[in-house]
Design a protein. Structure first.
Length: 511
């Protein structure tokens, strides 16, 4: 007798195969074959519903928020059962002299803390190159010494031995942006030797997008690492359309034997730190040093001049919205555009950028409307692209004005890109959210509905599954998810979140 039988649903198994009407059997935490006349302790009628593998978010930053939101409602209510953290070069470990208050000295300490808080979803962690670099060299804008490079790669190996799934870089963010191509190759080589994935927020996603793609591909070519290009996009009107050439180069590299793929979120706006719009030299030494520079009139004027060169290209004042910042003189402008703030304050956009950073400890987040819908469609259609959020775990009680992708990515992929506009079909969009990301990160027992696989399952109504979070009202859960199972146990049942939490921190092993 089975523990649970999901009866009469439309099974979309995650492989890209055509949907079929079938039953799913669950025994313990595993999916099992269902024989004729099979009985179960519990039977759930799933007629009219889609049964899919639990969605795998390949690009999450929830390692920085799951301690506050362990229930992971924003994930579970859109069918996500596993999140991959440590992206864009950032991770809360390894941090020298950490006190456990959101940062940890090792992956093991991080994993123990997350598991101790009983997460609602599974967490597959990567380690960030910036975290590794900071551990050996702080925030200095300089080349690493040979000893520092060796130590950094040793730290990566320690993380790999403890169970991380990959290493990421954020080459647009300090201190990752201070790294040379050779430094990144050294890190990628250590990752390849440990059987890890290398993901990269490339050095440029605007005017030098194609050069950045070439650098990423060259890193993989020189190191032998498996490469994942994060949130492939082209920022700014002058660069719209470049994703086609970027994808051509990615496919060409695959033809040459490089294991490379990409991911994308189904929105035309990104979200990032406002400080990433500044020149590298201004970020030397970290946020406190940046604030000091901005307080010096001559240095601030130099920074403003370099920011001004980006205005109208990759920094669009009317499309740059203040998402979050600490309390201070500009707090009232959360949700407003940079153009609105500048006009109200009688300042230029570049002066306003510097004002915001100076008055709020350089801790300002933005939503940046600078992408083309056609480009997003192009990447979503491509067979190599996975759907990923680039978001955090949140709930609707939070403040600020975050990107709606935190609550809506996976629902929007189905509602907008499959059901409404037919950019991709149902089987394909599910593949992009399940087996494709699972295979990229190395989750061999998740992402497909099949015998012996872990019973992470999402059941949704194909007619009502949709995102409700918008840029104007971003704190809103998706609709249409009926049931979610994590390890064979209900995390969402009949649309209601379970009081129990069944996730865990996963550990990577090399077979």
């Amino acid at each position: 007798m089975l523990d649970l039988l999901l009866r009469g649903g439309t099974v979309v198994d995650g492989t890209g195969a055509a949907p079929v009407l079938a039953d799913l059997g669950i025994d313990g935490d595993r999916i099992v074959p269902v024989g004729a006349g099979e009985t179960a302790r519990e039977v759930v009628d799933c007629a009219g519903m889609v049964l899919a593998p639990g969605f795998v978010d390949l690009h999450s930053h929830a390692d920085f928020t799951i301690r506050w939101f362990p229930a992971a409602q924003s994930c579970l209510r859109q069918g996500v059962t596993t999140i991959v953290t440590g992206n864009c070069g950032t991770s809360p470990f390894p941090v020298v002299a950490s006190d456990g208050g959101g940062q940890w000295p090792s992956f093991a300490a991080f994993a123990d803390a997350v598991d101790g808080n009983r997460p609602g979803v599974n967490v597959a962690a990567m380690v960030g190159h910036a975290a590794l670099r900071s551990s050996v060299a702080g925030s200095a804008r300089r080349a690493l010494t040979e000893a520092e490079l060796v130590r950094m790669c040793d730290l990566l190996r320690e993380c790999a031995a403890a169970g991380v799934f990959g290493v990421s870089s954020g080459l647009i963010y300090a201190p990752g942006s201070f790294a040379s191509a050779d430094e990144i190759v050294a890190v990628a080589t250590a990752a390849a030797e440990a059987g890890l994935l290398y993901t990269t927020h490339m050095r440029d996603e605007g005017d030098r997008l194609l050069e950045a793609v070439d650098e990423a591909l060259d890193t993989a070519r020189r190191s032998g690492v498996r490469l994942q290009i994060s949130h492939l996009k082209a920022m700014g009107p002058a660069n719209h359309g470049k994703v086609r050439e970027a994808l051509r180069r990615i496919h060409s590299a695959r033809g040459d034997g490089i294991d490379v793929a990409c991911d994308v979120y189904p929105y035309t706006a990104s979200s990032t730190k406002l400080s990433s719009r500044l020149p590298d030299w201004a970020l030397d030494g970290g946020p406190a040093a940046l604030v000091d520079r901005l307080r010096d009139p001559a240095t601030a004027a130099r920074i403003e001049a370099e920011v001004a060169a980006r205005v109208g290209r990759t920094l669009l004042p009317a499309g740059t919205v203040i998402a979050a910042l600490p309390a201070g003189p500009f707090s009232r402008w959360v949700g407003a555009s940079l153009a609105d703030v500048a006009a109200a304050e009688g300042r230029t956009p570049e002066q306003t950028v510097c004002d915001l950073l100076r008055e709020h400890d350089a801790d300002v987040w933005i939503v940046n409307h600078a992408m083309a819908a056609d480009d997003v469609d192009t990447v979503v259609r491509d067979e190599l692209s996975a759907i990923a959020s680039d978001g955090w775990v949140l709930d609707t009680s939070g403040g600020g004005h975050p990107h709606p992708r935190n609550f809506g990515t996976f629902a929007r992929a189905v509602a907008e890109y499959q059901r409404t506009r037919h950019v991709v079909g149902l089987a394909e969009v599910v593949r992009k959210m399940t087996s494709l990301p699972a295979s990229r990160i190395g989750l061999t027992d998740r992402g497909v509905l099949g015998p012996g696989r872990v019973a992470d399952i999402t059941v949704f109504d194909p007619q009502t599954f949709a995102d409700t979070a918008t840029y104007a009202r971003p704190l809103s859960y998706a609709t249409g998810v009926v049931h979610v199972l994590v390890g064979g146990r209900f995390a969402v049942r009949d649309g209601e979140l379970s009081a129990d939490r069944h996730g865990t921190v996963l550990r990577h092993t090399v077979s």
